[in-house]
Design a protein around this ligand. Structure first.
Ligand code: C2E
Ligand code: MG
Ligand code: MG
Ligand code: MG
Length: 296
């Protein structure tokens, strides 16, 4: 999927290499140097209170700023980073940078909010995950309650014992944990019970939000409402991902969804732009689609 690869390096192309191998090879070469060349950057997307429109959190989403290819989205390089093991180094950067940026904003007097990072499923149960988080918090002096770790449903499905032990370590550190893309994994609902008190927030996957009020997908309203009630029942918070329209917002408000994330309020924006949003603190009722000019 690395659409733009292929510039400048055709001298290493040999006919025996097929195009896909070549692209992957090229992408991997670039990825290996991306950290030392300081080519990663976070875009931040606000999480907004569904009722006051106040910014009550943010998600840090990685971008690879490549000199030839422009902004490469995580979907195009995270899988390769996972395959090659480069993800370990990248996630060290992710943890440190998110904590450091948050601390810098707090020092500058901006409202203190938790910032979420995404952690790869395949590394989730590794022992040093918690250690690396502790290190990032210590180095940056960020209060742990301002770090939120988003993990996907699939990463908690296997090896439940190890998962629970990692979750308990995170709990002890005092960071928050969110379950990302909720509703898309092959979960039985009974496993969620065992995560009560261990997972703070469920994030309803965009696929359900996208289909709200669509006649050809009328189960989405019911599923969304059910996930919200389930979260409340388990004393978890709930975020709706991918909210793009006022209609979706209104449905979610009527279901008592607490938090909204999506293009309706803002696309993910670069750090300086996000600081401006945070400085204002909230969105006006009539205000929408901030940052439409950036990131796409
Ligand atoms: P995710 O964690 O589920 O992040 C939400 C994705 O939905 C983001 O895409 C965001 O830009 C997009 N999004 C948010 N609101 C809307 C909306 O209203 N409409 C639409 N169409 N899309 C919306 P992005 O930034 O391309 O990230 C994709 C995925 O890459 C993330 O999904 C996450 O799984 C992964 N990712 C991002 N940053 C990192 C990272 O630092 N480490 C790891 N391991 N994975 C990351
Ligand atoms: Mg996420
Ligand atoms: Mg998600
Ligand atoms: Mg996702």
């Amino acid at each position: 999927k690395s659409k733009e690869s292929g510039k400048n390096t055709y001298y290493i192309y040999s006919p025996s290499m097929n195009i896909q191998t070549y692209k992957t090879f090229n992408l991997e070469m670039g990825l290996r140097h991306a950290l030392e060349l300081n080519q990663f950057e976070f875009y931040y997307q606000p999480k907004v209170c569904a009722h006051t429109f106040q910014i009550i959190g943010a998600e840090a989403l990685i971008r690879w700023n490549h000199p030839d290819w422009g902004l490469v989205s995580p979907g195009d390089f995270i899988p390769l980073a996972e395959e090659t093991g480069l993800i370990t180094e990248i996630e060290r950067w992710v943890k440190f940078t998110a904590c450091a940026q948050n601390k810098a904003w707090q020092r500058a007097g901006l409202p203190a909010i938790p910032i979420s990072i995404n952690l790869s499923a395949i590394r989730f149960m590794e022992n040093n995950l918690a250690d690396n988080i502790i290190k990032a918090l210590e180095e940056t002096k960020l209060d742990p309650k301002y770090l939120d770790v988003e993990i996907t449903e699939t990463s908690v499905l296997e090896n439940e014992k190890a998962v629970i032990s990692t979750l308990d370590k995170l709990k002890n550190i005092g960071v928050r944990v969110s379950l990302d893309d909720f509703g898309t994994g092959y979960s039985s609902l009974s496993y969620l019970k065992r995560f009560k008190g261990r997972i703070d927030t469920l994030k309803i996957d965009r696929s359900f939000i996208k289909d709200l009020n669509r006649e050809d997908a009328d189960n989405s309203n019911f599923i969304t409402k059910t996930i919200i009630e389930l979260a409340q029942h388990l004393q978890m918070k709930v975020v709706a991902e991918g909210v793009e329209t006022q209609e979706q917002l209104q449905i979610l408000q009527s279901y008592n969804c607490e938090m909204i994330q999506g293009y309706y309020f803002s696309k993910p924006v670069p750090a300086d732009k996000f600081a401006q949003l945070l400085q204002k603190g909230k969105f006006e009722i009539s205000q929408k689609s901030q940052g439409e000019d950036v990131n796409k």
